[in-house]
Design a protein around this ligand. Structure first.
Ligand code: ATP
Ligand code: LTN
Length: 332
């Protein structure tokens, strides 16, 4: 597993719905990195249970998340795919990093402030989840963490914890680097271009799920909010809704945004949205054909193989950490 190539690590929560934002912001970047790097892609099930998941559905969601990875083009012959809970070193290292992290570090996390802080009943896990994410990343001596923009602050925390540990106990961890896409790192909600597309949005009209019926997804595009005026131009500040649709169009079919602006000069929002709806529909039909071609047994085997391949790396890092802390390791 360990080669001269940089190590890439990333993960997605198996919390039910994955949308076009996850695909354009994260998954396409993972696929691009596969050939030049040693890639490890995790299904972060222990992150998903920071909010309640239905026990009867979670197993299904885990397998379906892997199918999304595969349909996006992650190739298990090139990249390791595994389930976070299969390797207990993640939660062990998270505990140790909890003793390195400060309350003040976590109080800075804007995602928690947005998602949790105002709610009446919030799990300690949701507050602490950036520390588990740091453990995920640091266990594998990761160089690069490809994510959407919303996760950059969490990768910064992983860097801070790694530097603090190395300084206080001696060199163990590599310092990872977040990478985000130039375009697509923050796909906005179709019903509210001021906020990112999110599965936790109150309306399903906010997002195009990768498993939406293609015809229904096309309708969501036709219903997407637009800006005042009628020009199809990329100006995220003045025209956030149209700019977001232009980015989505461009990333789905590979035509750059300037060309799209030229193509739709003097044409109205209606015609532009109709064409984008067709793009989205065609994309989903092809994507879902691949998604439905994988069997559960195939996916389970991929996860088992992935965990077996990666376990020695995780154990080695954890052992180094325990040694530095002075913890006796007597049983293995
Ligand atoms: P949500 O807000 O939908 O609950 P999340 O960020 O909490 O999403 P995941 O589904 O695990 O949780 O995110 C997986 C990856 O997709 C991450 O790298 C994240 O940064 C990226 N991502 C999520 N939403 C978007 C978006 N709207 N645009 C671009 N990337 C996104
Ligand atoms: N917290 C991330 C998912 C995640 C992750 C990671 C991403 C968990 N561990 C390690 C990159 C690297 C999220 O909610 N999107």
């Amino acid at each position: 597993m360990i080669t001269n190539k940089p190590t890439v690590f990333s993960g997605i929560q198996p919390s039910g719905i994955l949308h076009v934002g996850n695909y354009l912001g994260a998954l396409t970047q993972w696929v691009d990195l596969q050939d030049q790097s040693d890639c490890i892609f995790c299904v972060v099930d222990y992150h998903a249970i920071t909010v309640r998941q239905e026990p009867a559905k979670l197993g299904r969601q885990i397998l379906d998340t892997v199918k999304i990875y595969l349909a996006s083009g992650i190739n298990p012959a090139k990249s390791v795919i595994f389930q976070q809970s299969d390797i207990s070193a993640h939660t062990e290292l998270a505990w140790i990093l909890n003793c390195i992290a400060r309350i003040a570090d976590l109080n800075k996390m804007t995602q928690f402030k947005e998602k949790g802080a105002s709610k009446e009943s919030v799990s300690v896990g949701l507050y602490d989840y950036p520390v588990l994410m740091a453990a995920d990343i640091l266990l594998y001596q990761t160089d690069i963490v490809p994510v959407g923009e919303d996760q950059v602050q969490h990768v910064e925390l992983a860097r801070t914890l790694a530097q603090r540990f190395n300084r206080d106990y001696g060199q163990v961890f590599k310092i990872p680097q977040a990478v985000i896409k130039k375009q697509g790192a923050r796909i906005m909600g179709l019903d509210d271009p001021a906020k990112k597309m999110s599965k936790s949005a109150s309306s399903p009209n906010n997002y195009i799920a990768l498993t939406d019926a293609p015809e229904a997804a096309a309708k969501k595009i036709m219903r997407a909010v637009t800006d005042s005026g009628s020009e199809i131009i990329y100006e995220p500040k003045k025209k956030p809704a149209i700019s977001n649709l232009l980015v989505t169009f461009s990333l789905l079919n590979g035509i750059n945004i300037h060309e799209l602006e030229t193509r739709y000069r003097n044409k109205g929002y209606g015609e532009f949205k109709k064409d984008l709806a067709q793009e989205v529909k065609a994309f989903l039909i092809e994507f879902q054909l691949k998604y439905n071609s994988f069997s559960d047994d195939e996916v389970k085997r991929i996860l088992q193989d992935g965990a077996a391949k990666i376990l020695p790396v995780a154990e080695q890092t954890l052992k180094k950490v325990k040694n530095k802390l002075g913890i006796l390791i007597l049983s293995s």
